[in-house]
Ligand binder design. Structure first.
Ligand code: BES
Ligand code: MN
Ligand code: ZN
Length: 499
């Protein structure tokens, strides 16, 4: 999607469709008032007929308004004026994006509302608009025949209109940042939605290499099975043994700052299909385990955004990629493996594989002497039980990092909620036969998974995001969300001093 900023007389905007907001009980926003004045009260006269009250997300399309250059005017309900929250604003944006996408119009102009949603600055309001419209207009097409693809004439251009020319700089910046985020999100969604037979560890590695050709500041190294063997990545390789697909350790480095600057590291779980292994999952919804590489996809998405924004920082992205399938060579309950760190692990449940591959990636990451490490993983169903599907679970023992990531989540509405990472939980991982077990029992499953990872992340500042509840939607809207690319990109923007 192409976004542009527009200022100047609203009634004179040349566009196929001009969108202005209306509050509940037919109270006009400032921009709607401008159109009402230009059309000699026609807008309010039409509204009086009662076709639109202004409830959140309601829309009404009007043609041939006198005194207005736009071909159509689309009224958008924003809810009650004194309850104009960001949530309502986003809901309205989502509704209008759907209508525009179905309308057949290839371009539109959206008047950013005045007043703005409560507590929201213009930058964030504009960036929300970019991100919501992009989110709504994304269509997965890769494995669908052309005649099955909808819509036929998608929206291609959206202008954001503001009254005050003097404020255009913050909107320009919002568009710049929002588009880069959106492109990262799109990449993460696309990779997530691709089925497991196409999106294999090898495919993920190839896509990363393709990206490195596009951006000169990006370099990629892909470790194969024998290289991982030589290093001693016994935990990761034990998971891969159950699969015909060869595993990959994808290591990408973005050099945006001088070589002395310590890198930020992002590690994403790249489980391209998780059947559970010998501890086989139930059949229902097992297809959704193609999304188990969403952490890997998200770190690639954030990396893409960082490249597009040319952020002045150094970044290391690591994706341990494999499948988890049952096979004669697969891990068996009770098997003990030696991780790259030297610590031994008793595998009591082969379906707790994410932590095994992440353990070796976390240890491998030490060699980059990272300033901070964040890992992202669709790690536990337990996290979804604890928090539902709205926030990701945040685990860290670094207070500053907790604050930063929580704030980045709020700023992008890609929110996280912190859960404890106390030593008290560690004893649940005790094993009679190895240094630790790979599961900690029913209680606090998301926490014991994080505690397991913590044992491999002692050498640096670290946070873990359990994105099992947020990385994809189920049901009729089944598909990858691209979360938390927005959060990560915002965090990188702040770390780069760009905000
Ligand atoms: N990828 C799953 C976690 C998952 C399950 C995410 C369902 C979203 C929906 C992970 O590998 C897994 O299987 N975790 C187990 C851990 C358990 C065996 C301790 C789980 O959560 O059931
Ligand atoms: Mn699993
Ligand atoms: Zn998994």
């Amino acid at each position: 999607m192409e976004f542009k900023i527009k200022t100047g007389e609203l009634a004179a905007q040349k566009t196929p469709c001009l969108v202005v907001g209306v509050f509940e009980k037919r109270r006009l926003t400032e921009s709607a008032e401008r159109l009402d004045a230009a059309s000699n009260g026609r807008l309010s006269a039409l509204l009086k007929k009662g076709d639109l009250s202004g409830g959140v997300g309601q829309t009404l399309l009007l043609y041939d308004l006198p005194g207005i250059t736009a071909e159509r005017v689309l009224l958008l309900g924003l809810g009650k004026r004194n309850e104009f929250t960001r949530a309502n604003y986003r809901q309205a944006l989502s509704a209008v994006a759907s209508v525009l996408q179905q309308s057949g119009a290839e371009g539109a102009t959206l008047a950013l509302p005045t007043p703005l949603p409560r507590g929201l600055d213009l930058y964030t309001a504009a960036r929300d608009a970019v991100l919501m419209v992009e989110e709504r207009c994304y269509r997965y097409t890769r494995t669908k025949s052309e005649d099955k693809q909808e819509p036929k004439r998608p929206l291609k251009r959206l202008n954001l209109w503001i009254a005050a020319r003097g404020e255009s700089a913050s909107v320009e910046l919002a568009i710049h940042h929002g588009q880069a985020m959106a492109e990262g999100i799109r990449l993460a969604r696309e990779l997530g939605n691709l089925p497991g037979n196409l999106c294999t560890p090898t495919y993920l590695a190839e896509q990363t290499q393709v990206m490195a050709k596009e951006f000169p500041k990006l370099s990629v190294e892909v470790l194969d099975e024998s290289q991982m063997q030589a290093l001693g990545m016994g935990a990761l390789l034990s998971v891969a043994r159950g699969s015909r697909q060869p595993p990959r350790l994808i290591v990408a480095q973005y050099h945006g700052a001088d070589t002395e600057t310590k890198p930020l590291a992002l590690i994403g779980k790249g489980l391209t299909f998780d059947a559970g292994g010998i501890s086989l999952k139930q059949a229902a919804d097992m297809d959704e385990m193609k999304f188990d590489m969403a952490g890997g996809a998200a770190v690639l998405g954030a990396m893409r955004a960082a490249c597009l924004l040319e952020l002045p920082l150094n970044l290391v992205v690591i994706i341990p990629a494999t499948e988890n399938l049952p096979d004669g060579a697969a891990n068996k309950p009770g098997d003990i493996v030696t991780s790259l760190s030297g610590q031994t692990i008793e595998i009591l449940n082969t379906d707790a594989e994410g932590r095994l591959i992440l353990a070796d990636a976390l240890t491998y990451c030490e060699r980059f002497e990272p300033e901070t490490v964040i890992d992202l993983a669709t790690l536990t169903g337990s996290c979804v039980i604890a928090l539902g599907k709205h926030p990701a679970g945040l685990f860290t023992n670094d207070e500053r990092l907790a604050t930063e990531l929580t704030a980045a989540g709020e700023a992008t509405w890609d929110r996280v909620w912190r859960l404890p990472l106390w030593e008290d939980y560690q004893e649940q991982l005790n094993s009679n036969f190895a240094d630790m077990a790979n599961i900690g029992g029913r209680e606090g499953g998301a926490i014991t998974a994080a505690c397991f990872l913590a044992r491999f992340a002692k050498k640096y500042r670290w946070a873990h995001l359990d994105i099992a509840g947020v990385a994809w939607l189920s049901g009729k809207d089944k598909g990858a969300t691209g979360r938390p690319v927005a959060l990560l990109t915002h965090w990188l923007l702040t770390r780069a001093g760009a905000l």
